[in-house]
Write a protein that binds this ligand. Structure first.
Ligand SMILES: Cc1cc2nc3c(=O)[nH]c(=O)nc-3n(C[C@H](O)[C@H](O)[C@H](O)COP(=O)(O)O)c2cc1C
Length: 489
């Protein structure tokens, strides 16, 4: 058979025959590229043939391109079947994702994305430009803060409880008087078109389909209105990068647009009045906001009050020359000077729903938040992106919960990479957990479907982990300090 292929023959045959015919990574290079090999989808892999079929997978990536036609078709078929399966079950109990995948496997349909949560990052890296990957993965300085975030999770262990015949754990949670299907939310992440052409639209759609709250970043590539449209009947909040006081009218406009478009909770990010010291971006001399294709600035470009301000100050409309107009917008958002606690009053006057402060790391600041009269805080260190050498978020969560947990809602963010991580953060007192980089890796891997896969995987694993521990629900009465133990220091 190899001889025939060498002569440029078109051959149709199955994988087994192909392997049995002696086709391997070692002899493919000699085959001319006009030869065409058609096989059944590569999703069909008998476990018995596993080791030899690995050859085929390598061939698929071989520059000789021999297997390309077959592989691309296989991937497409595989994705199509997967899409159908995803669409057929709107918002199932998350743990049933596992059953669904195994039963699809019976008809030779393998999932197009890995379930190995640790591999999402490396898989995304293969797809992204160095700049985009650097921006996503990047953290401040030596990445010690991010390492601290991860290390802390390993110091806590979940304690199982046996012979508990309860039904599977309920993941519903209550926040600000509303019931949410799941105790997780999509963390605000800017410039999502850097990672996939569908950017925020893909993520907001995925969030709606999986019944997970979407938090829109002020640094989005898509307007408040268009994201609301994609998110439709889903739950959505708005994250504010807070313009300096001189531009309160712009802030009021951003809040007003969010309110008008169904964003229910205001999340105010406190730790990013200037971008952190990030070697991965500095090495590439890359600031996504200043790119010539103008991504991450759509909320400014679509804001009527900003347009008016710009025209009055510079004597020309924003459209006349986009680059300086964008530079001005970025300067207003990241002014380099922090707001003060006093300034919160302005937001309270212009927002009638709950306000959450994102970026609290100490008891003192949590108490100030209580005194300021906000409804919630997100305990986080921005995933280590802003400051190096900072204490891990999980390490400070218990003391903050103890100090103020009865006076406002406490959310958690930074370092979540698995369902078990979510379980630990909830057990240590968080009401809701924000998912950051993992869903962006999913976005890079497969747009909307990639994000859905990440959300389903995390929720499915969370639900099974809790169920196997005999925990009835994610409410504090069932999921609390008694179900975890600190095992390391
Ligand atoms: C690429 C990227 C962009 C981000 N953009 C924003 C943003 O626009 N607003 C914001 O409040 N936080 C932003 N964050 C921080 C996330 O909301 C979240 O706090 C962080 O990702 C948590 O860390 P983890 O991803 O390591 O879990 C961003 C994070 C990443 C990775």
């Amino acid at each position: 058979m190899v001889q025939l292929l060498r002569k440029g023959a078109v051959i149709c045959l199955g994988l087994r025959q192909l392997i049995d015919g002696g086709f391997s990574i070692d002899n493919v290079a000699a085959i001319p590229s006009k030869a065409l090999l058609v096989t059944e989808p590569l999703s069909y892999r008998s476990p018995i043939y596993d080791r030899r079929e690995d050859h085929l997978y390598k061939l698929a990536a071989d520059p000789a391109g021999m297997m390309y036609t077959a592989t691309a078709t296989a991937r497409k078929n595989n994705l199509k079947l997967y899409h159908e399966a995803m669409a057929s079950q709107a918002n199932p109990l998350p743990y049933t994702y596992e059953n669904q995948v195994y039963s699809n496997g019976l008809s030779s349909n393998r999932p197009p994305f890995t379930f190995n949560t640790q591999n999402w990052e490396s898989a995304a890296k293969e797809r992204l430009s160095d700049e985009a990957y650097g921006y996503l993965w990047g953290s401040a300085g030596t990445r010690e803060t991010e390492d601290n975030n991860r290390a802390e999770f390993k110091k806590w262990g979940i304690l199982p409880s046996r012979l508990v015949p309860d039904p599977v754990t309920s993941l519903k949670t209550n926040l600000f008087g509303e019931e949410y299907d799941f105790p997780i939310a999509i963390a605000p992440v800017g410039v999502q078109q850097l990672f996939h052409r569908d950017g925020e639209i893909a993520t907001a759609t995925a969030a709606r389909k999986e019944s997970v709250t979407y938090i829109l970043s002020t640094a989005s590539c898509t307007s408040t209105e268009k994201v609301a449209e994609a998110n439709g009947g889903g739950s959505r909040w708005y994250q504010l990068y807070w313009p300096d006081n001189e531009h309160n009218n712009i802030t009021a406009s951003l809040l007003n647009r969010a309110k008008q478009n169904g964003y229910k909770v205001l999340v105010v990010t406190l730790d990013t009045f200037v971008l952190g010291w990030r070697p991965s971006d500095l090495d590439h001399a890359f600031n996504p906001f200043l790119r010539p294709d103008h991504i991450g600035v759509e909320l400014g470009l679509s804001d009527p009050v900003y347009h008016k301000y710009y025209e009055e100050k510079f004597g020309k409309p924003v459209e006349a020359d986009l680059s300086p107009a964008i530079a001005e917008w970025v300067r207003i958002l990241f002014s380099g000077i922090s707001h003060s606690w006093e300034d919160l009053k302005f937001l309270q006057q212009h927002w009638d729903g709950p306000i959450i402060l994102k970026g609290i790391q100490t008891i003192a600041d949590a108490q100030r938040a209580v005194a300021a009269g906000v409804q919630g805080i997100v305990v986080l260190n921005h995933g280590g992106r802003q400051q190096d050498g900072v204490v891990s978020t999980l390490a400070v969560l218990p003391e903050i919960v103890e100090a103020v947990g009865d006076r406002l809602e406490i959310l958690f963010d930074s370092g979540i990479r698995s369902g078990a991580d979510i379980a630990k953060a909830l057990a240590l007192g968080a009401k809701m957990v924000l998912i950051g980089r993992p869903y962006v890796y999913g976005l890079a891997l497969g747009g909307e479907e990639g994000v859905r896969h990440v959300l389903r995987s995390l929720l499915g694993e969370l639900q099974l982990t809790l169920h196997l521990s005999g925990i009835k629900s994610v409410s504090q009465k069932d999921l609390n300090r008694s179900v975890v133990r600190r095992t390391g220091f």
